[in-house]
Design a protein around this ligand. Structure first.
Ligand code: 13P
Ligand code: SF4
Length: 333
């Protein structure tokens, strides 16, 4: 038992979270990669785009973000007057780590005629250095609004960028970052699994490398994968993304069989996100009780990061709280 869990022995954590969320007027947001208990207690579970929209639109006083730090930072950038807590402040992301702001700034300066289209999985500093933020569910829609002759830097995920480039025919300069979770899937093991389950569709996240995406029947964000799994006629489905998303699939379609794509030894835990796994029910309780750990951000940094995030919300099809403003053509960054 860890230190926090030990000190809370005897408490009904679920009931305490329910009491505190009312007392604090808090909304609990959770990503699909969180452990099932956190998904089940959340007011809203979603992908990065939907969670950003919820964070921007909520009238709660406190946002308790069960996800990783860049997601909670995004909530703070969009809702500066709210208290935003993250159960474990060490919940980072390998994509964020792969893109230090000083190196990204130098890269941009070396390519002055390129705009920076940047995956939301990055620090607030990198968002502030970017022109438009995208998520896996909004990237294609946003890319389609950027004139064909506009040169583009895409970072930090080279797999998402590569998939977009292949799908749309756009030639983009890719930052060499990867998600350690999606990199861990094994093509050999996936082919063995497909052979064992002929006809089972493979649903994959675009953070997977090309040798995995080449075997996918459907590529999309976590939300898109979930929707596809539920609408598929197949009774057996192979899921190539972080396996905690299968909790939602199993709840919604208990008669179907969902199988996580394997890692290199066929049965490892290497596809569990170690950063998401830092959050727990106990830490969520403590975060609501103490309103710590809290996201704090320099206001100048926040405002600069907000510009690129607002462009995403507009270009993805909707501006939260103001109705649809529409932005059919990229207006320049
Ligand atoms: P989405 O939920 O937007 O697909 O993002 C996946 C992810 O890796 C989040 O860290
Ligand atoms: Fe980052 Fe990958 Fe974990 Fe998502 S799954 S938070 S991209 S390390």
């Amino acid at each position: 038992m860890n230190v926090i869990a030990g000190s809370l022995r005897g408490l009904d954590i679920r009931a305490e979270i329910d009491r505190l969320r009312k007392e604090r007027n808090a909304v609990i947001l959770a990503h699909y990669y969180q452990e099932p208990a956190l998904q089940d207690i959340a007011d809203f579970v979603g992908d990065s785009l939907d969670l950003s929209r919820k964070a921007a639109a909520t009238d709660a006083d406190v946002i308790a973000f069960c996800g990783v730090r860049f997601m909670a930072e995004t909530a703070k950038i969009l809702s500066p007057d709210k208290i935003v807590v993250l159960p474990d402040m060490n919940a980072g992301c390998s994509l964020e780590d792969s893109c230090p702001p000083d190196q990204f700034k130098a890269f941009r300066e070396a390519h002055p005629h390129h705009i920076a289209l940047t995956y939301i999985n990055c620090s607030a500093e990198v968002k502030a250095l970017s022109d438009i933020i995208v998520t896996s569910s909004s990237a294609e829609t946003i890319l389609a609004q950027i004139p064909q002759d506009q040169k583009i830097i895409f970072g930090p995920d080279k797999n998402l960028g590569g998939w977009l480039a292949r799908k749309t025919g756009r030639d983009m300069l890719l930052w060499p970052g990867v998600c350690i979770v999606h990199e861990a899937f094994s093509e050999t093991e996936l082919l063995k699994l497909k052979a064992q389950h002929p006809g089972a569709p493979v649903l994959a996240h675009p953070e997977c490398p090309p040798h995995i995406l080449d075997h996918a029947d459907h590529v999309g964000s976590t939300k898109a994968i979930l929707d596809e799994a539920l609408k598929s006629d197949s009774e057996t489905i192979i899921v190539a993304t972080e396996p905690h998303i299968m909790h939602q699939m199993e709840k919604a379609a208990p008669h179907k069989q969902f199988i996580g794509a394997p890692g290199a030894d066929g049965n490892c835990n290497c596809n569990m996100c170690p950063y998401m796994a830092l959050n727990s029910m106990e830490k969520l309780y403590v975060a609501l009780r103490d309103l710590q750990p809290r996201i704090e951000m320099d206001e100048q940094l926040r405002l600069r990061a907000r510009t690129s995030l607002d462009r995403m919300l507009e270009m993805a099809g909707r501006t939260v709280g103001q109705g649809d403003v529409g932005r059919p053509v990229f207006a320049g960054a």
